[in-house]
Every structure is written in structure tokens, then in C-alpha cells.
Write a protein that binds this ligand. Sequence first.
Ligand code: SAM
Length: 195
Amino acid sequence: MIAEYISQKEESEKEATMDKTMSNFHFKFMSFGYKFRDFFLPRKNILKEVGIKTGFRILEYGCGPGGYIIAAAELVGKSGKIYALDLHPLAIQTVKNIASKKQLTNVETICSNCKTGLQDNSIDVVLLYDTFHDLGDPNGVLEELHRVLKPNGILSFSDHHMKEKEMLSKVTDKGSFKLSKKDKRTYSFLKVVGR
Ligand SMILES: C[S@@+](CC[C@H](N)C(=O)[O-])C[C@H]1O[C@@H](n2cnc3c(N)ncnc32)[C@H](O)[C@@H]1O
């Protein structure tokens, strides 16, 4: 009986931290708003801050409707790779449509709420934009991003829903990342090796 209670408690705690997929209506509404955002401030201007080079392997964690995908795919070129991850099936479908319409052969999608399935130390840059505040298990995701980033890999971060102080402490608290630079629109964190 006690064992049953504990397992039910563990299950409900797990559910409480699990990420909920937003409704399709909400996702479409957000995508519509982002079209204006990206028209007035093209995403390639933001990516300029990151220092992306030809051949880079990039993971966009929480890619949403794929506002960054075309600019990122162009910056890394055919020798590079973009992994676009999201838990929402509409996000995955939208990115697949963009890649096929624009003939971007270097874009791959991953549908997940945490694990990427990518190899250890294989990614040059993680883009984590406007997603962190939404994560049910932020430390689990940071741990996964730390695992896949190369030793000198960069976590490029922004989140307009969070205050700077809160964001900096949440990203660096566990000792996996340290702030390396603050630009106009993004923060760059370096992976801490040998924690
Ligand atoms: C506000 S949108 C940002 C999209 C994109 N990064 C941008 O700035 O244009 C946040 C996205 O994160 C996704 N998301 C939320 N929690 C997630 C999780 N645990 N794992 C993966 N994606 C998640 C949502 O489905 C949504 O598409």
C-alpha cells in the first residue's frame, strides 16, 4: 500500500513537471505574430551576434514555427547541419515544409521534450530562444544541451519572458554553463568542461 502511494506520488510529480504542448490554435496564433516579428527584425540580424561559421552543426532547441531556420541553414552552408527540435508536432511539420520549399538539405527535425538523440560533444552552437521560460524541466534540458555541445560549444540564449538576473542564475546555477558575452539581443554561454 505504501509502495503504491509512493509510486502514484512519483507519477503525479513527474506529470507536474512535464511539458504541455500548446493547443494548435495557440501555436498558429504565435506563428502569425512571429511573421510580423521576423519582418521587422529579420532573424539573420540576431544570428549575426552568434558567430556562426560554415560547416557548423547547430541545434535549435524549441524551434517553434522555424523563424531562424532559413537564416541558420544559409549561414552553415551545405557542409553544416541544423537540427530543429520541438515538442509540438505542428512546429516539426512547419519546419519540414520550410526545408522542402526552400530545398534546404541540411535541416533535420527532432520531435522531443528534452532528449535530442544526438551524440555527445557533437554540436557547435545551441540556439535557445524564447523557450527556456516554458520548460517543465529546465535543468534536465540544460544537462542535455551540455552533453551534446562540443567542449568549446556555445549556448546562444534569449528569453523575453525572463528578467536578466533570474535567467543568468537559472542557466549558470548548476555549474554547467558560464556567461561568455552579452550582446544586444542574445547572451552567449560557454559549456563548462570537467565540472
Ligand atoms: C515561444 S516558441 C519560440 C520559438 C523559436 N525559438 C523562436 O524564437 O522563434 C517556444 C517553443 O518551444 C517549444 N517548447 C516548449 N517546451 C519545450 C520542451 N520541453 N522541449 C522542446 N520544445 C519545447 C514550444 O512548443 C514552442 O514551439
